[in-house]
Design a protein around this ligand. Structure first.
Ligand code: PMP
Length: 405
């Protein structure tokens, strides 16, 4: 018999919620295990496997002995490959010493906050935001300051909203372009205007999360803030990784490039926590970055077709309004037109979480509520799934909406 434990947990942990997208995925898995037919629009990763030439490179690396610890900033080969990639694709100059490899971009974002934040330091996070940023700030004793945006600004932070959010305690601005969940891509002039505001706040660093950079559609083109404001290089951290571009989410390899002092601080932290990203993952990432890039263009084209398919599938559903995102692999439709309606079971749809719950219960469509991304009134629907599932899901949403009163 065990006695009740009085062992406690950290007060910082109490401020943190489980990642809503990870929780939504767990719900999908549980419902499927219980035999329900679920159309999963919560997926935050490509639905196809890592390209074969990268898998083969990983297998070869294992056979050749990539089975040991590496340096805490990553292998020299991968850091060189990252510098070459940043030069070739982003026109950004970094030396290998200014690059750190980690177990996914996620860990590097956490480590950047852990290495820099002191109690009550503020981090400006534009909404809608990737769900993990505010919680990572809280876990490191900082205070997330949410800067609002709206559909009218294309879900992008304006210079005015940035200026309002900045205080003497601000330490970071987090930019994510292309954006999860809205798909928004900042243009050159939009980035320029934000960087101009930052020139007046020299204590504020810029974290630019560019993990969706290759998923830009139509005429949209990804730019890094550093492309338009090279003078901010001594306080900008470029965060990226191989997860999304090369369908390598499970390999857990991300990277960050920035000023030497910050990279050294993050490397110290890694040396006392994770030691390094997996050796085999790093070896495979070298091949991803240096090998043929057709797989990236193919993935981009496929996602663009799926985006168009899902946008037209939702277009005729009354109460659901969706613009076509410039990038990433999510739609972010407004469901404000459904709020106030009642389900056939007599439940009132008071907010977007009710709409997400109704779609899951009524027709088995899994989505994530916009409130979780700091943007009530919206849903996030991933189109990283097959055309057949997109068609089935849109038809199911239409059916569920038609049954509302
Ligand atoms: N940033 C954003 C905006 C993301 O959506 C994700 C993954 N969902 C990550 C970072 C983390 O990517 P990873 O840790 O797999 O590199």
């Amino acid at each position: 018999m065990s006695t009740a434990s009085t062992a406690s947990f950290s007060s910082r942990l109490a401020q943190v919620k489980p990642s809503p997208s990870v929780a939504a995925k767990a719900r999908v898995d549980a419902l499927r295990a219980a035999g329900r037919d679920i159309i999963d629009f919560t997926i935050g990763e490509p639905d196809f496997p890592t390209p074969e030439h990268i898998v083969q490179a990983g297998a070869r690396a294992l056979a050749e002995g990539a089975t040991r610890y590496t340096g805490s900033a990553g292998t020299p080969a991968l850091r060189r490959a990252i510098c070459a990639k940043l030069q070739r694709e982003n026109r950004l100059d970094f030396q290998p010493g200014q690059v750190i490899v980690g177990t996914g971009a996620k860990q590097l974002i956490f480590n950047a906050f852990a290495a820099t934040l002191n109690e009550d330091d503020e981090v400006v996070i534009p909404a809608p935001y990737w769900v993990s940023y505010p919680d990572m700030v809280l876990l490191n004793g900082g205070t997330p300051v949410i800067a609002p945006s709206s559909a009218a600004t294309g879900f992008k932070l304006t210079p005015e909203a940035l200026r309002q959010a900045l205080t003497p305690r601000s330490r970071w601005l987090v930019l994510n372009t292309p954006n999860n969940p809205s798909g928004a891509i900042y243009t050159e002039s939009e980035l320029g205007a934000l960087c101009e505001v930052l020139r007046g706040f020299p204590a504020v660093r810029v974290m630019t999360d560019e993990i969706y950079e290759h998923f830009a559609y139509g005429g949209a083109r990804h730019l890094s803030p550093l492309n338009v404001a090279p003078d901010l290089a001594d306080r900008t951290l470029v965060v990226n990784g191989v997860s999304k571009a090369y369908a390598m989410t499970g390999w857990r390899v991300g990277y960050a490039a920035g000023p030497l002092d910050l990279i050294r601080a993050m490397t110290l932290l890694a040396s006392q926590t994770t030691t390094c990203a997996s050796a085999v993952g790093q070896a495979a990432a070298v091949t991803a970055l240096e090998g043929p890039q057709e797989c990236v263009a193919q993935a981009r084209d496929l996602f663009e077709q799926r985006r168009d398919r899902m946008v037209s599938g939702l277009a005729t559903i009354p109460g659901v309004s969706c613009s076509s995102p410039d990038g990433a692999f999510y739609l972010f439709p407004s469901v404000q037109g459904l709020l106030g309606k009642t389900t056939p079971q007599g439940r009132l749809l008071a907010g977007d979480p009710d709409v997400a719950a109704y779609l899951l219960d009524a027709v088995g469509v899994a989505s994530v509520d916009g409130s979780s991304y700091g943007m009530p009134g919206y849903l996030r629907l991933s189109f990283a799934t097959s055309a057949a599932e997109i068609d089935r899901g849109c038809a199911a949403i239409a059916q569920a909406v038609a049954a509302l009163r």
